[in-house]
Design a protein around this ligand. Structure first.
Ligand SMILES: [Zn+2]
Length: 428
C-alpha cells in the first residue's frame, strides 16, 4: 500500500492526497501530522465536505463580530484564482485576513510569503506542510500545534487526533491472494482444467492458508478462478494450477512470472519447493515460458498493483510420479506447496528440513538448485546457481555454459557443488 493509498483510505481529499504525500516526503514530516492539520482546518465536519482537506476560505470573525474577507457564516466558499484577487483587494482595503486553502494559511506574514498563487492547493499545501515541519523541528509536537493555531484547546485536540491518525495511516496486514485455478468455472463453456486440478488447487490453497495466514504478519485471501478484479488487490499473488500432458512421461512443476517482484517471489518459491523435497529433476525444462508469464491471473494482479505475482504449476499430474508426490494421501504434497510459498514470503516460523540434495560446498539456501541442462536454458539472469551434475554427459554442457558466461563477462555467479562436480570430472 502506498502512502497515497493510505491517505485515501483515511478519507483525505483524493484531489490532494498526492500533493500531501509528496510534500510530507519532501519536508520530512510523517503524514499523520498532515492528516491532523487537514482534519482540524478543513475536515469533513459538514455534510458538504466528504473528505478531509478542502480548498476553502475560513469562517473567521473578530471578537467584535466583524467578518473576515470572504467569510460567509454557515457556508464554505471555494478558493478560486478569481476570488483570491477579490480577497486580496478586500485585505488591501483594510479587511480582516481569513484562512485560505486546505491548511488555512491565515497570518499576513505567511500569506505574503506563500505568494500570489496561494489560491492553488499545489502551492498552499506544500507551503503549509513545510511551515509546520519547521515548527515541529524547532519546538516538538505539542508546541508546534500551539504555534500553528495559537490556542491551547487546538493543540490539545490535535495531540489526541495525532494518535488516531498514526493508527489510521499504519500499514495494514499484508495480504497474499491465492487463486484456486479453474475453481468456480461452469463446466461448459470455459476451461475447467485437467483431471482433479480443481481439487488439487483447493487442497493446496488450504495448505497455503495454514502456513501463511496469521504468520509473520501475513493474511491470506483465497479466491476462485474468476473473481471481481478488485479481489486481486494485495501484496502478493499466487495462482495454483496443475499441468497435464498427453505424454505420461512428461513431468515437472513450472512457474510463470514477469517483472522483478514476480520473478523474485517465483524463484524463491521454486527454490523452497525443491528444498522441501520436490525433486529438482521434476522441474520443466522451460519452466519460464511466455504463455505462463502472460497468464491472465498474473496480469490481473499486476493491473491491480499486486506486482509480486506468479502462477505455480505444482505438478504435471498426468505423470504417475508427479501425481503420487502432489496427491500423496498424507497431504504432504499440498503441505510442500504451502511451506514453499510461506518460505518465499520470508515466513520463518517453521522447521526447515535438511536439504534433500547431496552434500555440497556453500550454503545451499543461497542458491537456486538446478541440474546442468536447466542451467543452460533458463538460469542465467536470476543470480547465483548451484549446479548439480546428475549425469557425466552433462559435464561438458555445464562447463560450456560456465565458459560462455565468463567469456561474456557476465556478472552471474555460477556455483558448482564441489563434490559432485569434481566427481563428474573424474577429479575426486
Ligand atoms: Zn490450470
Amino acid at each position: 500500500m502506498t502512502q497515497v493509498d493510505r491517505l485515501l483510505a483515511a478519507e483525505v481529499n483524493p484531489a490532494y492526497a498526492r500533493l500531501v504525500a509528496d510534500a510530507c516526503l519532501a519536508h520530512d514530516l510523517p503524514p499523520e501530522y498532515a492528516g491532523v492539520l487537514l482534519q482540524m482546518e478543513t475536515g469533513k465536519k459538514l455534510p458538504t465536505r466528504p473528505y478531509h482537506g478542502n480548498n476553502i476560505y475560513g469562517h473567521d470573525r473578530a471578537t467584535d463580530g466583524t467578518l473576515a474577507c470572504m467569510t460567509v457564516i454557515g457556508a464554505d466558499i471555494e478558493v478560486t484564482e478569481a476570488n483570491y484577487q477579490a480577497y486580496l483587494a478586500c485585505v488591501a482595503a483594510g479587511g480582516r485576513r481569513n484562512g485560505v486553502g486546505p491548511l488555512q494559511i491565515t497570518h499576513w506574514s505567511l500569506q505574503d510569503a506563500a505568494g500570489p498563487r496561494l489560491w492553488d492547493p499545489a502551492v498552499s499545501i506544500p507551503f503549509g506542510i513545510k511551515h509546520f515541519a519547521g515548527l515541529r523541528r524547532a519546538y516538538g509536537d505539542a508546541t508546534a500545534f500551539l504555534r500553528w493555531n495559537g490556542k491551547q484547546t487546538y493543540a490539545d485536540r490535535a495531540m489526541t487526533l495525532l494518535s488516531e491518525w498514526e493508527q489510521l495511516l499504519e500499514d495494514p496486514m499484508p495480504v497474499l491472494v491465492v487463486q484456486m485455478g479453474h475453481v468456480g468455472r461452469p463446466p461448459n463453456p470455459g476451461s475447467v482444467g485437467t483431471a482433479r486440478e480443481q481439487d488439487n488447487a483447493r487442497k493446496a490453497a488450504d495448505a497455503v492458508v495454514r502456513h501463511v495466514h496469521g504468520k509473520g504478519g501475513w493474511g491470506v485471501n483465497v479466491v476462485i478462478a474468476d473473481p471481481p478484479d478488485s479481489a486481486y488487490r494485495g501484496d502478493a499473488f499466487v495462482a495454483l494450477h496443475c499441468d497435464g500432458s498427453l505424454d505420461p512421461g512428461s513431468r515437472g512443476a513450472s512457474f510463470g512470472y514477469q517483472g522483478a517482484e514476480g520473478t523474485a517471489f517465483a524463484v524463491a518459491t521454486w527454490q523452497a519447493y525443491v528444498r522441501f523435497g520436490w525433486p529438482a529433476t521434476s522441474l520443466k525444462r522451460d519452466n519460464y515460458t511466455t504463455n505462463l508469464a502472460l497468464y491472465y491471473g498474473v496480469r490481473k494482479a499486476i493491473n491491480q498493483g499486486n506486482d509480486r505475482a506468479f502462477i505455480f504449476e505444482m505438478a504435471t499430474t498426468t505423470n504417475p510420479e508427479d501425481r503420487a508426490l502432489l496427491e500423496a494421501a498424507d497431504g504432504s504434497g499440498y503441505d510442500r506447496v504451502g511451506r514453499a510459498v510461506a518460505a518465499a514470503l520470508g515466513i520463518t516460523d517453521m522447521p526447515v528440513p535438511p536439504a534433500t540434495t547431496p552434500a555440497t560446498a556453500g550454503t545451499e539456501e543461497d542458491f537456486m538448485y538446478l541440474t546442468s541442462h536447466e542451467l543452460g536454458r533458463s538460469a542465467l539472469a536470476v543470480g547465483p546457481v548451484l549446479v548439480e551434475l546428475t549425469d557425466a554427459k552433462e559435464r561438458n554442457e555445464a562447463q560450456r555454459v560456465i565458459d560462455l558466461n565468463r567469456a561474456a563477462g557476465r556478472e552471474v555467479e555460477l556455483k558448482l557443488s564441489a563434490t559432485t562436480f569434481k566427481a563428474a570430472l573424474g577429479e575426486a
